[in-house]
Unconditional design. Structure first.
Length: 500
């Protein structure tokens, strides 16, 4: 991005950034060369060289734009014998001891006193006084990420981003819509997805449509362009507030591209409420997987992408989850309209209590969970448990009353997984060919073999080895069924004893 004073646009027939092409490559190369040629010199000398380049060019704004991008790749350092702040403080204090500085002689005397106090030469004091000012800092290193050709591409991208600072609405079609919507949500921009004859269009609304312009929105539009421009095929149309006059800006993948440089990582979630919920939910041991930004849902002639989805691990069943925070009445109404148009979808909505729209959501046949500050996990888990109970009940009706697993030793979890259900679904079934010991199912013949191999006085580790060879994981339940208990001997381990 560039500063607004470096924006170059044409207003003939619309609003169009003045992009550069290969004819400007020599100028881009010269700017990079000026920086490379001034490594080790003060910024004052670098600035003078750039001023000369501006004088020779037919477009000083373009030179300054190239230089602004190059400057971000430069490392400047303060080159001084003493920390400048310390040198100034001691020099000013010394000036008071000589009765002030009103002449060159008095200034020299003050510097001599300061030099004596610090144990250095007065020349070191003089050279250090203002070494930290921008003009006096030295260009220590210049290692740009861009070649002259890439600098042209980066300039065009930055120019377009700057033009979007004043956008009030941006409409985008992209060959990678999921990445686009993810970026919109990360940047916390307000949006909706519309279906058009050409496909789906993401409409991002700016602050002028809400209450007032904020720098966050202008920067957000600019940062969004980088994600847009990384896709292979895209088009963008923006409404620009050009000093009170609405103009239309149109961009495509032929105008702007992203040089081969990875962007700065951005935050994953578009709100702290979502991030907090995802982190806490992931710590739970449930039969539901949390999916971030699932597939789009049809809502009339628009499309919405819920914040999350819950996938049930034991069946092909998905519940969508939307966290509805406080924005504006228009935003809330739009969300309610989308929810009303959803069909044949299980949707749970966590709604900020301050919105007061819980009843309206329930009237649209969706589950509403009120929250204040953060979404309570218990409220969400309670809803999931209700769905889970219905799913288990539906499967249980189809399960036979008697189950006969093929394995000699297995578990309720393994049997349930074989049927694609949770363990609760098989909990009350009969297993006539096996004995149920806790959550483990063992054929009587295996238990007889274990009785022959296990004996009192055997160490627990030896017994566990025997059980492992038979595929028994729940040692305590099987040992108890065989009449043994474990006697613990401090840190030395356990020993099998017959139960009294």
């Amino acid at each position: 991005m560039l500063t607004k004073d470096l924006l170059r646009v044409s207003r003939r027939g619309g609003y169009r950034p003045r992009f550069v092409d290969q004819t400007r490559r020599p100028l881009a190369a010269r700017v990079l060369g000026v920086y490379q040629g001034h490594v080790g010199e003060r910024r004052e000398a670098l600035t003078a060289a750039l001023d000369d380049l501006e004088a020779d060019s037919d477009d000083f704004k373009l030179v300054r734009g190239f230089a602004a991008l190059a400057d971000r790749e430069a490392t400047f350092e303060t080159d001084a014998a003493l920390p400048p702040e310390r040198a100034r403080r001691v020099a000013f204090e010394s000036a008071e001891t000589v009765g002030g500085v009103a002449s060159d002689d008095e200034r020299t005397a003050a510097l001599d006193v300061a030099a004596d106090r610090l144990g250095v030469e007065s020349e070191d004091i003089e050279a250090s006084l203002y070494a930290d000012r921008d003009v006096n800092q030295r260009l220590a290193e210049f290692d740009p990420r861009w070649s002259p050709d890439e600098l042209l591409s980066q300039y065009n991208l930055s120019l377009a981003q700057t033009a979007l600072f004043d956008a009030t609405e941006v409409r985008v079609q992209s060959s990678d819509p999921k990445a686009l919507v993810s970026a919109v949500k990360r940047l916390r921009l307000m949006y909706e997805i519309r279906k058009t004859e050409q496909g789906r269009e993401v409409v991002v609304t700016g602050p002028d449509r809400l209450f007032r312009r904020t720098r966050r929105y202008g920067t957000g539009f600019a940062r969004l362009l980088r994600t847009v421009a990384k896709s292979a095929d895209w088009s963008l149309t923006a409404t620009i507030d050009d000093r009170g006059t609405e103009r239309e800006l149109t961009l495509t993948n032929e105008d702007v591209s992203v040089p081969g440089v990875e962007p700065i990582a951005e935050s994953t979630y578009d709100s702290g409420v979502e991030s907090d919920f995802a982190a806490r939910f992931s710590s739970l041991d449930l039969d539901w997987d949390l999916v971030r930004e699932p597939e789009p849902l049809e809502t009339g002639y628009r499309v919405m992408i819920p914040d999350f989805a819950f996938d049930y691990r034991h069946a092909d069943f998905r519940i969508y989850f939307e966290i509805m925070g406080f924005w504006t009445p228009e935003y809330v109404e739009k969300k309610l309209s989308q929810l009303a148009d959803l069909e044949a979808v299980d949707m749970v909505v966590a709604v900020d209590e301050s919105l007061g729209v819980g009843e309206e959501i329930r009237a649209r046949d969706h589950r509403a969970i009120p929250y204040s500050g953060s979404v309570r996990l218990k409220d969400v888990v309670d809803v999931l448990r209700e769905y889970e109970a219905d799913l288990v009940a539906a499967v249980v009706d189809d399960l036979p009353e008697v189950l006969e697993p093929d394995a000699d030793v297995t578990s309720l979890d393994a049997v349930a997984a074989n049927f694609g259900v949770s363990a609760d679904a098989v909990d009350d079934r009969r297993f006539p060919a096996h004995e149920r010991l806790g959550r483990t199912l063992v054929r009587p013949a295996v238990l007889d073999e274990l009785r022959e191999e296990l004996e009192a006085g055997m160490s627990l580790s030896e017994a566990e080895t025997v059980l492992d060879e038979r595929g028994v994981d729940d040692a305590s339940a099987v040992l108890s069924a065989l009449g043994y208990r474990v006697e613990w001997e401090g840190l030395g381990g356990g020993t099998l004893r017959e139960k009294g």
